[in-house]
Design a protein. Structure first.
Length: 243
């Protein structure tokens, strides 16, 4: 449905985070939590960037998802696609990102245990986004980074006068064509209807940035980067060093 743009956005998301990079020469441990990680698209890219490009084998990625079936597909994909050293640096966690608290009261992800928290095309579906942001803040160490890739809103007309026309065409396309194509290709109109409605409901770039700040993160500049005119956006926040 994205004409392949999601792959470019994901590549750019991971490259912009540059996992595994160390300022000093030599490997250094990095713990990444990819929330709503589904079948591993982001995690596999992270491992490749860290282990192959940045030559840092001490980067570990946990794929966390609420849906065990997604994790199971992720496991199978990992076993068939990743070299052994990357496979050994990958783990899976079934959990609801709005609360990592378990039945016995302990947390499945410890406080201040994570260097980089990523969530791609997931947070839009969470029932309680502020709770997920609070959990992201809790699990990150001071100085740790929250990074989110999500569908967003076409950039404002102040920034780009052509945006109003682009926005109108995009909305017409998404609300009429996407559910129809979903019906024809996947036999599932409702899921694709939900997709476009959830994108429409999700906060604007500025509103979401403000939610990230409300959770305690500090943001650089305006706090986000628009992709493809704002069809998607990357938001980043850092847990303060004294947080
Ligand atoms: C569209 S998929 C995105 C998967 C992957 N991040 C990617 O970009 O390819 C959304 C994922 O969010 C997961 N999800 C939805 N609600 C969740 C929650 N409360 N906690 C954790 N994962 C959740 C779903 O199970 C699904 O795997």
């Amino acid at each position: 449905m994205s004409f392949g743009w999601h792959r470019i956005w994901k590549d750019h998301f991971v490259a912009s985070l540059n996992p595994g990079f160390t300022a000093k020469p030599g490997p250094s441990p990095q713990r990444i939590l990819d929330v709503a990680g589904g079948t591993g698209d982001i995690a596999f890219r992270m491992l490749r960037q860290a282990h192959v490009i940045n030559e840092n084998p001490e980067t570990h990625v946990t794929i966390s998802d609420i849906n065990p079936a997604m994790l199971s597909v992720g496991r199978q994909r990992a076993e068939s696609q990743l070299p052994v050293n990357q496979l050994e640096a990958l783990s899976f966690l079934e959990a609801d990102a709005t609360s990592f608290r378990q039945l016995d009261g302990t947390f499945s992800v410890d406080s201040a245990s994570i260097d980089l928290y990523t969530v791609a095309f997931g947070i839009r579906n969470f029932t309680d986004i502020p709770a997920a942001l609070r959990e992201a803040y809790r699990v990150l160490r001071p100085g740790g980074v929250f990074a989110c890739l999500e569908f967003s809103k076409i950039a404002s007309t102040d920034e780009n006068p052509a945006a109003a026309l682009f926005d109108a065409v995009y909305k017409r396309w998404s609300f009429s064509a996407i559910p129809m194509i979903g019906q024809i290709v996947a036999g599932d109109r409702d899921s694709y209807q939900y997709l476009v409605e959830s994108i429409e409901r999700f906060p604007s770039q500025d509103e979401f940035r403000d939610m990230i700040v409300d959770a305690g993160f500090v943001v650089g500049g305006r706090g986000y980067e628009n992709l493809t005119g704002g069809i998607a956006a990357i938001h980043k926040g850092m847990k303060p060093l004294d947080g």
